[in-house]
Ligand binder design. Sequence first.
Ligand SMILES: [Zn+2]
Length: 167
Amino acid sequence: MVKRRKGERYTPPKIKQAKLVTADYWTLHAVARFVDPSDDVAALAQRMAVTCRKNNGLAVAAPQVGHDIRLVVLADGRAILNPSVEPDMTHGTSLEREGCLSYPNRWWLVERRIAVDVTGIDAFTGQPIGFSTYRGDYESTIDARMWQHEVDHLDGLVLVDRYEEVT
Ligand SMILES: [Zn+2]
């Protein structure tokens, strides 16, 4: 487990873009560090949103672009620090094909919770956020699936190690 030293600030290196790392890059397989809300990750988050959209992703996690920090950015530009997901046990699970920007054109069969509660910190405002993904429609099950997938990335968990690959 990678642990952050007390008082240590994360300063992302100056980068022009947030490029996806290759499948064997270490950040994809490590437990990422918690981010202090005062850390300057706004520029990185904006670049990650661009990378996400360019690759037709729903979201991208910082370890996918080589940063071992707990930051998830959505295609719509929202960026959440230290996100966590709690299963909403009043709803069940679903089994679906799932892909990953880090493993293009490959698919796995993955069982996920249909609804989760997400908490974290808005990366731009520093304000705490919390919401349920549940809206009672199919799209919201995809949101729940996405959040579970992204938080797995922050824990170094990738589909290729954990699930049955399908064509
Ligand atoms: Zn992924």
